[in-house]
Unconditional design. Structure first.
Ligand SMILES: Cc1cc2nc3c(=O)[nH]c(=O)nc-3n(C[C@H](O)[C@H](O)[C@H](O)COP(=O)(O)OP(=O)(O)OC[C@H]3O[C@@H](n4cnc5c(N)ncnc54)[C@H](O)[C@@H]3O)c2cc1C
Length: 455
């Protein structure tokens, strides 16, 4: 081993089949920048391994230098400064295999949801995907994963069948219930603390006919529409619903009727035919006339187009938490909190309806994420293009609301950047995660974006 840390990391450049970028390299800034541009992380190095041997080499050198190693495919959920960490970008691990007979999707750690779902078109099968095509499959699944299909089929973490990873000692392992039930329990919701994952296998579910999209309503109708959407969620436990508000910036990139406007939004996904899907939407239309309507029958490969979420990197601050007691009083306070936050720069807030298969107790003990009993998961965001915006102040009314209507445990994928797993799980789960971590990585070399407990 070379003596100085810089020389040792530089030595990896000739050893790896892939590449490594170090501070001082011309491409360091572009390589270190995560999707969330407001997180200024300055890692010790950024490695792009070509194969498992490269991952082993990175782990070996980092361990010798007393550095951590974290895998960050995109950095939507980037947090911490990472100055004593080598970041792994797994883009070369890009396999996608669909086994229609076994109803299994196998993807490499570099695959984002958009590419994976395109491969499911024509199979009649769906995976429990998130709504954004540029979010990584492994990242969403191991951190919980709430899909618009989850009320019907369950949380994404619970659909994990197998995980292949290089552990802190450099051993390549295939982890299943039969091989290591405690480790796969931890990987189903405990995040990236347990190894450098190279591939994941997820269960697939029937879904050849899908209907959905979103409706937008004027702010004046917000309380009525949001109450009606919660009532619909209550009556239809398998229907995917995302209910919230947005304030559009007053910019020329938007159509005139949306510029600077505040709206109520309802995203809806029904696994089934158009007629039934439209009947659900009619319950909302009966409350107010939408100002925009993208509802359409679609195939799984078009989920991203239907969800129409932003895909380009941007600076943002997020806050999320679980809520319960979604009655009319809650809706009134939600709208009020959103409007007060929006006046300070808050851009969006939505609540994913929970319940249905998400709360299913059968098999829940096989995953850290377990059965989630919250009624909704709130997620909100402030765009930070304008440096005068005080994100903490803009998010505070919603923080106060969640404190008043707390739904208990949430999912790591719905936590903001400053949160730890202790914001999602109870003491018993945290202790069990810590015991698995101690067994598979006693030196704490592998770092996730969320520690088990707040530091
Ligand atoms: C626009 C948008 C839409 C979203 N929609 C949803 C949604 O519908 N449902 C939902 O549940 N969540 C959703 N999320 C949250 C998203 O799932 C999380 O932010 C996710 O963890 C980040 O995805 P990413 O690809 O950027 O991962 P990154 O931020 O790059 O990684 C997150 C963490 O996962 C771990 N990790 C990732 N890959 C590996 C690996 N190969 N080995 C070991 N550890 C690994 C690491 O700890 C890493 O820090 C959304 C986020 C955004 C920004």
């Amino acid at each position: 081993m070379t003596s100085s840390p810089d020389a040792a990391l530089l030595g990896l450049r000739s050893e790896l089949s892939g590449s490594i970028v170090l501070p001082g390299d011309v491409d360091y800034d572009s390589a270190r920048t995560p999707w969330n541009l407001s997180v200024d992380q300055r890692p010790a190095a950024i490695a792009v391994p070509a194969d498992v041997d490269d991952i082993r080499a990175v782990l070996r050198v980092a361990t010798a230098l007393n550095l951590g190693v974290t895998t960050q495919p995109n950095g939507h959920a980037a947090s911490a400064d990472l100055s004593d960490v080598v970041v792994i970008r797994p883009s070369h691990f890009d396999e996608i295999v669909v086994d229609e007979t076994a109803r299994l999707l196998r993807v490499g750690a570099g695959v984002n949801w958009g590419r994976a779902l395109e491969r499911l078109d024509g199979t009649g099968l769906i995976a429990l995907a998130g709504s954004n095509p540029e979010v990584n499959v492994v990242a969403l699944a191991i951190n919980g994963g709430q899909s618009m299909f989850s009320r019907r089929y369950g949380l994404t973490a619970r659909s994990i069948v197998a995980v292949e990873l290089v552990d802190a000692s450099g051993e390549l392992r295939r982890v299943t219930d039969a091989d290591d039930a405690e480790l796969i329990w931890a990987l189903r919701g405990g995040g990236g603390l347990f190894g450098v994952i190279t591939a994941i296998e997820l269960a697939l579910y029937p879904g050849d006919v899908i209907f959905g999209g979103s409706l937008m309503f004027p702010a004046e109708a917000a309380e009525g529409v949001i109450s009606a959407a919660f009532a619909l969620a209550n009556d239809e436990p398998e229907l995917g619903l995302d209910v919230g508000m947005m304030r559009f910036p007053d910019g020329p990139m938007l159509p005139p009727h949306l510029r600077g406007r505040t709206v109520a939004t309802v995203g809806l996904v029904h696994v089934g035919d158009e007629q039934a899907g439209r009947a659900f939407a009619d319950r909302l239309r009966a409350v107010a006339e939408p100002i925009a309507d993208t509802l359409v029958p679609f195939t799984i490969g078009s989920l991203a187009a239907v969800a129409a979420e932003p895909v380009d990197p941007m600076p943002s601050a997020d806050f999320g938490g679980a809520v319960a007691g979604l009655d009319d009083a809650f809706v009134h306070e939600f709208v009020d909190a959103f409007l007060r936050g929006a006046d300070l720069g808050l851009m969006r807030c939505s609540i994913r309806a929970m319940g249905g298969a998400i709360a299913d107790e059968l098999g829940a003990d096989q995953s850290a994420v377990g059965a989630v009993h919250a009624e909704g998961l709130l997620n909100s965001g402030v765009l930070l293009f304008d440096p005068t915006i005080d994100a903490a102040a803009a998010l505070q009314p919603l923080r106060d609301l969640v404190a008043r209507y707390s739904g208990g445990g949430t999912l790591p994928t719905f936590l903001g950047a400053d949160a730890s797993l202790a914001d999602a799980y109870d003491r018993e789960v945290l202790d069990r995660l810590a015991a698995v971590k101690q067994r598979v990585d006693p030196g704490g070399v592998i770092r996730g974006n969320r520690a088990i407990t707040a530091s």
